[in-house]
Design a protein around this ligand. Sequence first.
Ligand code: HEC
Ligand code: HEC
Length: 487
Amino acid sequence: MSQQRRFGPKGPAVTRTRPLAPAALAALAVAGVAAAVLVACGGGGGGGGGTAVALPPAAAAVAAASSPAATPASAPASTLSLAAQVGQKMFFDKNLSGSGAMSCASCHDPAHAYAPANDLSVQLGGVHMDKAGLRAVPSLRYKDITPAYADLLDNPDGISVPGPGGGFAWDGRADTLAAQARIPLLDTLEMANASSADVVKKLQAADYAPLIAKAFGDKVFDDSDAAFAKALQALQAYQLEDRSFHPYSSKFDLYAANKIGGNLTPAETRGLKVFTNPATGNCASCHYQGAGLNGSSALFTDFSYEAIGVPRNANIPANNDLKYFDMGVCGPLRTDHAPAAPNAANNFCGMFKAPTMRNVATRQAFFHNGVMHSLEQVIRFYNTRDTRPELWYPTAGGTPKAKNDADFPTYGLVTTQYTGGKVQKFDDLPPAYAPNIDTQLPMDGRAAGSAPPMSEQDIADLICFLNTLSDADTKPATPVKPGACVN
Ligand code: HEC
Ligand code: HEC
């Protein structure tokens, strides 16, 4: 809670459904004091310890793990509009790709919370299914309430100053689910259709073409551009309407709604405290769990963008070009916030969306470039990016030790210990943009060699808590050891 914070802290303006533990109340008090004395200064959302939990939308709360949508036929047709039924068919239709081998579900697998089934950093696609993508595939769950991107989006906490927020994809470049759907259909690294007209031709030949006509009218195929737009609307309707995209069936949802099965264990309760505590984890300042936009609650994101300096991923072929940098909001995939000239000042460079934490324990590749592969590794990165940067970024000019010291950690991305040399911190961002890196806890820029903000117990507890955010139909990527989250 130092004056270096770029963003105003979140306060207690959320509905509480159960009394807070004393430590959580203390956190709220701290946040409240800071809110009074700090002048926030623009940029992405984020802030201090919004601590309380609130009820999910009533309708959502009653939704158990509903139609698994493992196959297009599994959802009862009556619950979906005709447009959404078309979207459902499309979502699983491999014909809608240049290869004939890839549907939306190939990357967004309903059995994995609509994220990939494998642990690749980026997926293979293209006409021959051999082209590596540029970014890790996000889950499609809990995306329905995402507002369109704005440079100055109001923060749902009502206290933080407005900042870059909203929008779909890691850089927010699509305003709606319909606009997003166009990207993979036409991307040469993904579904790689030749053109929108090509997609429409395939739809016209599909066995569900009559359903399309029923949904959008007999003349739907007369105008190819209009038909493509309808098809994108159909994919959007499916993702909005089908409950499998927002089941609210996690243990946390039972807890927030005060339902049977929702008692958090002592370890999970401590983990929630670490998550919200502005002095340790502070995760909630960006992965906001309070009352959200449009009547939402506990989405575990405030849709804001920050630069946190995720290490470069050498396994993404595009990164073989040392001049290529994926800088998120400032491009190059997104083009409307590009620097005026290479390295010209630009606050948006390096910013990526703070994604939801729901189902995060089911993920197998983390961050926009998929460089990390376990939740524990991600949390250790947050904890030691500044205190032990040599574990995360390459060292230039040093000499590798013949044998690592016995206490050299094995959890980092770098497993070779060096003598001498210089750590190339923030190696995936041109140095001109290092000042864009966020300075909130848990990564507050403290000196290398100093103590990290979270203890080993904090880390273990945080993992236990994050596992409560997994929907009932999912499996953890790394199951916690039996009994580890009980006491
Ligand atoms: C080859 C793998 C692949 C396929 C196939 C694919 N996607 Fe994606 N999807 C991605 C990746 C990668 C991203 C992140 C893109 C980015 O940040 O630029 C993404 C992002 C999204 C998002 C935004 C989620 C968010 O968190 O903002 C939506 C929605 C989405 N995809 C829907 C679809 C739909 C609908 C289809 C089928 C028409 C589809 N995807 C096909 C890989 C894929
Ligand atoms: C300053 C805002 C901020 C804070 C504080 C923060 N995060 Fe994040 N988080 C982000 C952003 C931004 C990303 C995406 C970064 C990227 O991909 O480049 C992210 C990504 C993640 C991911 C990857 C999710 C995925 O789908 O790939 C996890 C897991 C995560 N954060 C957990 C945490 C935890 C746990 C804490 C607290 C210890 C925390 N975060 C604190 C902003 C924040």
